[in-house]
Design a protein around this ligand. Structure first.
Ligand SMILES: NC(=O)c1ccc[n+]([C@@H]2O[C@H](COP(=O)([O-])OP(=O)(O)OC[C@H]3O[C@@H](n4cnc5c(N)ncnc54)[C@H](OP(=O)(O)O)[C@@H]3O)[C@@H](O)[C@H]2O)c1
Length: 282
């Protein structure tokens, strides 16, 4: 029996990722309670956020954004007397990461800034990759729990660094899918069969895991959600804010954010972010 078996843990946010991670944590013997803003009907679901947090030694957030994290934290802050650590896995703005860290410190609760990469399938298979900002000794203490839901845990320095890295890497993914959309549209409009274009990209230095994952489904018009367009738009906005704060001009992500915004307003918000290709669908 593992040392962490039976650890009392509260997991907040039963969306695409949180629900799958909660299943894996439960299967690994963690004593979990879950909470979601909209009732999910899970067996481990608490009646309120505060109830979920009561008695938990470890609290994990897989929530949408900074607003959700602040709202949930305020609902649970008086129920954290047994809590040793808050693990934030949500991709949020830097200000909220620092706010969560300060709020935790005031309550004598440790905090790790640990967003992840990996999507629906990786979460299902316990193969996320966590970027971890915060004390490395603390990380080692909780590594075993993080490893239930991940295949890799990457320390990146102080609290806040993981948030910045996560937001910056998502800029690459959004920009890549915008570039894939434009190039696929140009190729097919000029009579190139989609399969030929996919093979050409595969054999090109511009090919990538992301291109191999997204191009075939974009061609099919299959936008089954692994990571939603409105969540990618949220992250693009965080990237733009980080750029502005550093006096940087980032016209590429600004253009992509405008396209995502328009698509979200026109009904594609909950689709996969590869629905960026819909800008070319008549
Ligand atoms: N999916 C991916 O591939 C992926 C990859 C890397 C990082 N992430 C990040 O991981 C986090 C979770 O992703 P996901 O794909 O699981 O997102 P999701 O499916 O959109 O789930 C979002 C969760 O946040 C909850 N929520 C939203 N606003 C809230 C509020 N104001 N108060 C309380 N709860 C609120 C939602 O509750 P309701 O059900 O009530 O709306 C839901 O449980 C996000 O920050 C996302 O950017 C996702």
């Amino acid at each position: 029996m593992s040392e962490i078996s039976g650890t009392k843990m509260a997991v907040f946010g039963m969306g695409i990722i949180g629900s799958r991670c909660a299943d894996n944590l439960a299967e690994a013997g963690i004593d979990i309670r879950t909470w979601n803003r909209t009732i999910k009907g899970r067996n481990d679901e608490a009646k309120s956020a505060a109830d979920a947090a009561k008695g938990a030694a470890v609290v994990a957030f897989y929530l949408k954004d900074g607003v959700a994290c602040r709202e949930v934290f305020e609902q649970i802050s008086e129920s954290l007397s047994e809590c040793k650590i808050l693990l934030n896995h949500s991709t949020i703005d830097l200000e909220t990461t620092l706010w969560l860290a300060a709020e935790c410190e005031a309550l004598d609760v440790a905090f790790l800034d640990c967003p992840f990469t990996g999507s629906k399938v990786a979460a299902q298979n316990g193969e996320l990759v966590y970027y971890v900002g915060g004390d490395e000794i603390l990380l080692e203490q909780y590594r075993e729990i993080l490893e239930i839901t991940s295949k890799e845990v990457i320390p990146v320095g102080k609290v806040g660094n993981a948030t910045v890295i996560k937001v910056a890497t998502n800029l690459i993914s959004a920009s890549t899918v915008q570039a894939l959309s434009e190039s696929l549209a140009i190729a097919t409009a000029n009579g190139i069969p989609a399969e030929s274009f996919i093979s050409a990209v595969e054999g090109n230095a511009c090919g990538s895991v992301l291109a191999a994952m997204k191009l075939p489904t974009m061609v099919e018009g299959d936008y089954d959600t692994h990571f939603s367009l409105d969540n990618m738009l949220k992250d693009a906005k965080f990237a733009i804010k980080l750029a502005e704060d550093a006096n940087l001009k980032t016209p590429g992500i600004e253009t992509t954010a405008n396209v995502m915004n328009e698509l979200c307003e026109n009904g594609s918000a909950s689709l996969d972010y590869s629905a960026l290709y819909r800008q070319f669908e008549q």
